[in-house]
Design a protein around this ligand. Structure first.
Ligand code: GLV
Ligand code: MN
Ligand code: MN
Length: 416
């Protein structure tokens, strides 16, 4: 283990050599990276995902950890026997958004293995089981529901609904799991597994510019949700249909995107339309149907509800003017998470008064927090960019993150 708290947060020389972080991170980094952009394509249950899982298994086994895949496809590596209860778990996820950065998720897993190495090197022997977990489909990039693995584990999504979720090609989660060699027959909550965990700590790259020191501690996650907007119009010829005679759903969408932007700005909230599907998607045809996915986030549930209601009302108003129709569906909504204050304050103090900050990003830790005392560590992101190739953490900051995580694990798992 490192020395005192300041070493974990303030740049004192002790602790993990940044080159050790760089070396281990480099073994995972090529998997799923698009050489043309530097972005990552790691959809769950793809061949790339299976290679990430092999990497995880290899790292765990090299450390003498026992690896298991749970009924929902989450991967666990155990020091000690989780059956005895009282476990301390860390970890994150290995999947990415399409063309995402390399740190969102993997930073927490690489750091977990290195933190266990530090404990061993400093003779700190856990007196409880310690787990490293890689949750599946955290980004919801393939099947649409974020934090799918942790939602299934905690019973926050119906197993039948999850099994039937479809990707862009129409493949269901059940089929994708089966094809990847993980039959989905046991999907669903695992209360006994959760009962055996006394604390979960996820380390994650910070996803904006809010953290100015190498390591911080999370206070809360904003409530957020994903909503599907189906705009229906009338397909017709782009050259022969007078502008006044169109029922163009693309126009309704365009207005709705602007209205969402304005509604979010007025509330200091966030609204994003980052994905659309157009039918028939032809240059010289007015669209028949446009589907758009809205990602909305706000500091409080009432502000989020108000934001989404305003956007829905604006879309309906505009649809009436355009002669189109719009239907708004909630695909997945996550309540505000306030992390366990006792654990948060204990960790912030342990790390020498590390900054405590909220985030607008979603995490498996937010799902776990309703079931298990949970905390998050953030590592500074010098670009402030995330979900894009420019997402970054320096090796030096990442090493300080490992020091901090090792201190936390020592505190939570190595004392009687
Ligand atoms: C996950 O990273 C999210 O915030 O959408
Ligand atoms: Mn993410
Ligand atoms: Mn993440």
């Amino acid at each position: 283990m490192t020395g005192g708290g300041p070493a974990a947060t303030g740049g004192a020389p002790a602790g993990l050599d940044p080159r050790r972080f760089a070396d281990l991170f480099a073994t995972l980094a090529p998997i799923g990276r698009d050489p043309a952009t530097g972005g990552y394509l790691r959809p769950p249950w793809s061949t790339v995902d299976l290679r990430c899982r092999e990497w995880f298994t290899g790292q765990a086994q090299a450390r003498g950890l026992r690896v298991e895949t749970d009924r929902n496809g989450n991967l666990w590596a155990w020091y000690g026997d989780p059956g005895t209860g009282g476990a301390v778990v860390t970890g994150s996820h290995l999947d990415s958004v399409p063309q995402g950065g390399g740190y969102d998720g993997p930073l927490g897993i690489v750091s977990a293995f290195l933190a266990l190495d530090l404990l061993a090197e400093h003779g700190r022997v856990p007196v409880r089981p310690v787990g490293v977990v890689a949750f599946t489909e955290e980004e919801g990039s393939r099947f649409g529901v974020a934090c799918l693995g942790s939602r299934l584990l905690t019973g926050t999504i119906e197993p039948d609904r999850a099994a039937g979720l479809r990707d862009a090609d129409g493949t269901t989660l059940a089929r994708a799991m089966r094809a990847a060699g993980h039959p989905p027959d046991g999907l669903g909550p695992e209360p006994d597994r959760l009962r055996g965990i006394d604390a979960f700590v996820e380390l994650h790259v910070e996803q904006g510019r809010a953290l100015v020191r190498p390591v911080g501690v999370a206070s809360a996650i904003w409530p957020h949700g994903r909503y599907r907007l189906d705009f229906t119009g009338t397909a017709n010829h782009a050259g022969t249909t007078a502008m006044s005679e169109r029922q163009d759903p693309m126009l309704t969408l365009a207005y709705t995107v602007l209205a969402a932007n304005k509604a979010a700005r007025l509330r200091d909230a966030r609204a994003t339309v980052g994905r659309v599907a157009v039918v028939p998607n032809a240059t010289n045809a007015i669209a028949a149907q446009v589907t758009a996915w809205l990602d909305a986030r706000a500091p409080s549930t009432s502000e989020l509800n108000e934001l989404v209601a305003t956007i829905g009302a604006k879309a309906r108003e505009r649809a009436e003017r355009d002669g189109t129709r719009v239907a708004l569906q909630h695909e997945s909504v996550s309540a505000r998470t306030d992390f366990d204050t006792g654990l948060r304050d204990r960790i912030a103090a342990l790390l020498g008064g590390a900054p405590v900050l909220p985030t607008g990003a979603g995490h498996d830790a937010g799902v776990l927090a309703a079931h298990v005392p949970t905390a998050m560590l953030f590592v500074r992101n010098p670009t402030g960019v995330s979900h894009a190739p420019a997402e970054h953490a320096t090796d030096a900051d990442a090493a300080r993150g490992v020091d901090a995580l090792a201190e936390v694990l020592a505190e939570l798992a190595c004392r009687a």
